[in-house]
Design a protein around this ligand. Structure first.
Ligand code: ADP
Ligand code: ZN
Length: 743
């Protein structure tokens, strides 16, 4: 550093939000740099922090000295630091919070790898369930811990428990002290970088379309300047092959790659292909890594020992040096957006900004690109390449079945139309496979008292409880509250008056067995995939023909390759079509198209049957025709008409807290201040309860802001946030570019 820069501006890990100035002692002058971790005195106590700026003069007259440097090299490179600043500004989030998201927690706490503790419950399951309910209100943190132990009866690693329960160590310590939980020490963990033996594969000779796409991408790579490529192609059209060859060029040029996927559980096939092509070091960052493992991967990546990092959205922050290429597979997926915590970043937009700062190339791939990305391609901000399906596998035949007519035929409720049942039977007799999609898990989706008319709801969320037959419990799908199956109405206490309604995946499976007793089924939903490896197991069983039919929630619609599947049944498209949200049409189109894409992927022709009460719904028609271009133009018109993104910038501010009145008042005050600050060209919608007005005992309100695409909105939102000091009992969450305006 320049000798004139004697003052360091330090951002503390905890406590005071704004940066504080410290003097850099002579001994540290040569090594001090932005991003270096330091120990500094705060009111006589040493505290951890990060240097965010070096300057000539302090803002205050007298400054204290930095006590110690905790890292030799800066933890964040200049460009990652610049990225952090942009995120902090754009998503109206204190820089400290952004830095926290960027750095693994183990690193921040300076912990080294240590022995892991394994936590188990000492109580029986019913005792645990009972205690959990008792603690729910008074000690909610402890209840969250017990929830996780109810879900994982065999116990969990301490680090996993903390992460899953989203708490600190303290409620767990209390539970251990109270003799409810106990711990055991586990041996050291294996290295996160597993050098598995894999068979190597060779690049395929590209088809013309693939070649054209790759030529454009490699041109950008060779130029070494920021560029974004949108690769639009149905599943199986050869996108991954293009990614692999683009990665090859990048590695050969001595640069590194970040490969983002929407969900880690769906990566095994892609990861295998990467490993088979590139013997270089690949690291998979997944949420099941412990602090120690994460810490170690982080250093391996930062030191340049890793050539390819694969992971979900937060992998965009990996400290990869010499970044050449960022790939976002299935770029339209909502999981790329962090929605419930600040910064509410979208990994796609962060990727674009990072690539811009580091002169890297971005490839966005999807069978159903997000409207924004496709629009950016139209605007020539992105370069578009389209891949069509191979000649020998045609698009599946899609049939829409009007369930109103089916109900008339059967004089009542039915899950399966005749057409769907016949098609399932036919597949079975041919030895081909079927996938059924229903986006609701559980057995029955509500429970109602026929005497008082009351629906049994979650006491903490006001949501109807879902009945799960397997565990004989009623659960809340928002907070996981659990009740043993009820015999009498909790409201009027009448006996035998409860009636269960609405079908979930569990019921579909059972109903199907009642009709076709010999059919072999597998079920894939959040209930059957709670344990590590259970997804992979179910996929493997299905792929090796251990079942005729796979039934599941939207998980079954995503990017999987099952060559023997020739029928996809969507039991009800209505739920997806009915959500009052500006993105509902897009999401429904994507879900239906992706689900349809599962049928007939190999040499066998596919069929898709969509059941609905709204056969005339446009999105359904467009999805049935699998006509992305028509969908794009139609949806774009709608967005234009009602002024939604990409025709404006949208932001949402959500307020939540236990006292309804305080939440509403805080929301109103925030909104009024914002009205004063923003020019009238911004439209500020009224404060309304959120789509889920109460979650985990917290009332929720929100309002939307629409305006021009400028930086003014972020600036003013941050300003108002500062003007209204946070109240302890009301949480304010600013969500710039929200994925949903409903939830
Ligand atoms: P997507 O990522 O779009 O789903 P993939 O790249 O996985 O598509 O391609 C689907 C299948 O076709 C894979 O088995 C892949 O190996 C194969 N494939 C892709 N491109 C070619 C090619 N040019 N020649 C031969 N096979 C190919
Ligand atoms: Zn609940």
């Amino acid at each position: 550093m320049s000798p004139a820069l004697k003052i360091a501006s330090v951002l503390l890990d905890e406590g005071i939000d704004r940066p504080l100035d410290y003097a850099v002692p002579l001994a540290f002058r040569s090594t001090c740099a932005v991003g270096v971790r330091v120990l500094v005195p705060v009111r006589g106590h040493p505290k951890h922090g990060t240097i965010i700026e070096l300057k000539r003069e302090a803002e205050v007259a007298s400054v204290q000295n930095i006590i110690e440097l905790l890292s030799e090299k800066p933890l964040l490179s200049d460009s990652l630091f610049a990225l952090a600043k942009w995120i902090s500004f754009y998503y109206c989030t204190p820089l400290r919070k952004v830095v926290q998201v960027m750095l693994p927690s183990g690193l921040r706490k300076n912990i080294q790898k240590r022995k892991q503790l394994f936590v188990r419950s000492k109580l029986s399951r019913p005792e645990l369930l009972h205690l959990c309910q008792e603690l729910r209100i008074k000690k909610p943190e402890q209840a969250l811990v017990l929830d996780q132990l109810l879900l994982h009866p065999k116990g969990l690693l301490l680090s996993a428990l903390i992460e899953k329960a989203q708490t600190s160590e303290s409620p767990i310590k209390t539970l251990i002290k109270n003799n409810i939980l106990h711990t055991e020490e586990m041996a050291q963990e294996a290295s996160p970088i597993d050098e598995q033996e894999v068979f190597s594969t060779k690049p395929k000779t590209l088809r013309d379309e693939q070649k054209r796409a790759l030529t454009k991408i490699t041109a950008s790579l060779e130029e070494g300047v920021f560029a974004t490529h949108l690769l639009h192609g149905v599943t199986g059209s050869g996108k991954t092959e293009v990614y692999l060859q683009a990665i090859n060029s990048t590695l050969k040029a001595g640069k590194n790659v970040i490969f983002l996927v929407p969900e880690i559980i769906l990566t095994s096939q892609t990861l295998e292909r990467l490993r088979s092509r590139f013997p270089e070091k690949i690291v998979l960052l997944h949420h099941r890594l412990s602090d120690g493992e994460r810490h170690e991967s982080w250093h391996e990546i930062r030191n340049g020992n890793v050539r390819i990092v694969m992971g979900a959205r937060s992998a965009i922050f990996s400290p990869t040096p010499k970044l050449g290429l960022i790939i976002l597979d299935e770029e339209h997926e909502s999981s790329y957006k962090q929605q419930d915590d600040q910064p509410t970043y979208h990994a796609r937009d962060v990727a674009l900004m990072r690539a811009k700062l580091e002169n890297a190339v971005v490839i966005l791939g999807s069978a159903t690109p997000s409207l924004e990305s496709r629009y950016n391609a139209d605007q020539k901000k992105f370069q578009l390449s389209s891949l069509h399906r191979r000649g020998n596998a045609d698009l599946a035949q899609v049939k829409v079945v009007d369930m109103r007519l089916e109900f008339e035929k059967t004089k009542g409720f039915t899950l399966f139309s005749d057409a769907l049942l016949d098609a399932i039977k036919k597949r079975r007799s041919l030895g081909e496979q079927t996938i059924l999609l229903l986006n609701r898990r559980g057995y029955q989706t509500s429970c109602l008292c026929t005497k008082c008319g009351e629906t049994v709801r979650c006491p903490h969320c006001d949501l109807a409880l879902t009945y799960h037959l397997g565990e004989e419990i009623l659960t809340c799908h928002l907070c996981d509250f659990r009740l043993l199956k009820l015999r009498s109405c909790p409201k009027c206490h009448a006996d035998e008056t409860l009636k269960y309604k609405g079908a979930g995946t569990e019921m579909v499976e059972r109903a199907l067995h009642a009709i076709l007793p010999e059919i072999r089924t597998l079920r894939l939903d959040a209930d059957t995939t709670r344990h590590k490896g259970s997804h992979e197991l179910i996929f493997r069983q299905f792929r090796s023909a251990k079942a005729d039919l796979l039934i599941g929630t939207q998980m079954v619609a995503k990017g999987l390759h099952f060559p023997a599947v020739t029928l996809v049944g969507i039991l009800s498209a209505d739920g997806a079509l009915n959500i009052p949200d500006f993105r509902a049409g897009e999401k429904a189109f994507q879900l239906l198209t992706q689900a349809a894409g599962r049928a007939g992927r190999a040499e066998l022709a596919g069929e898709v049957i969509i059941q609905t009460h709204m056969p005339e719904h446009t999105m359904l028609q467009l999805a049935a025709a699998q006509d992305y271009e028509a969908f794009f133009h139609q949806e774009l018109e709608v967005r234009k008409l009602f002024s939604f993104p990409p025709f404006c910038r949208l932001a949402k501010v959500v307020f939540s807290g236990e006292k309804l009145k305080n939440v509403e008042e805080t929301g109103k005050r925030f909104r009024m201040k914002l009205i004063q600050e923003l020019p009238p060209s911004f439209q500020i919608l009224p404060l309304v309860p959120c789509g889920h007005p109460k979650v985990r005992d917290k009332f929720r309100f929100q309002f939307l802001i629409k305006g021009a695409r400028s930086t003014l909105l972020s600036q003013k939102l941050a300003l108002v946030q500062q003007m209204l000091p946070a109240k302890r009992d009301v949480r304010t969450l600013v969500d710039v570019d929200p994925e949903s305006t409903f939830f």
